[in-house]
Design a binder for this molecule. Structure first.
Ligand SMILES: [Zn+2]
Length: 118
């Protein structure tokens, strides 16, 4: 599993998590950079989701979904899901309320994303 970080806006980070064929976008505000990366690496974006529901994190959702046909996973439903399956990988979801009531963290292999800066 590969996690690629994309900086956008003034202080936001988004992520693409992928295997050999399929990818998940988390906080996809860097839409064109993500689309470019997906194209160069021949990846299909299958899920778009967020760490929480603030607009500076959800701003790329609509465009990423329009360009890729990916399925939207609403952050409000993630804690109930518990994990996301991507190829042979399991991405664990942790409900971490604080910044917002719906904030979550994802564990990708041995990495945990977090809102940045803390
Ligand atoms: Zn926020």
């Amino acid at each position: 599993m590969i996690t690629v970080q994309f900086r956008y806006g003034t202080d936001n980070l988004g992520y693409l998590v992928h295997g050999d064929e399929y990818a998940l976008a988390v906080d996809g505000g860097a839409v064109m950079e993500m689309v470019d990366y997906l194209g160069r690496n021949k990846l299909k974006l299958v899920f778009v989701t967020n760490t929480h529901s603030h607009g500076d994190h959800t701003c790329g959702n609509r465009e990423l979904i329009r360009l890729s046909g990916a399925e939207f996973l609403d952050v409000k439903n993630l804690p109930e899901m518990g994990s996301i399956g991507l190829e042979d990988m399991l991405i664990n979801i942790f409900h971490t309320p604080g910044h917002t009531a719906d904030s979550v963290c994802f564990r990708f292999g041995d990495a945990i994303n977090r809102r940045y800066p803390v």
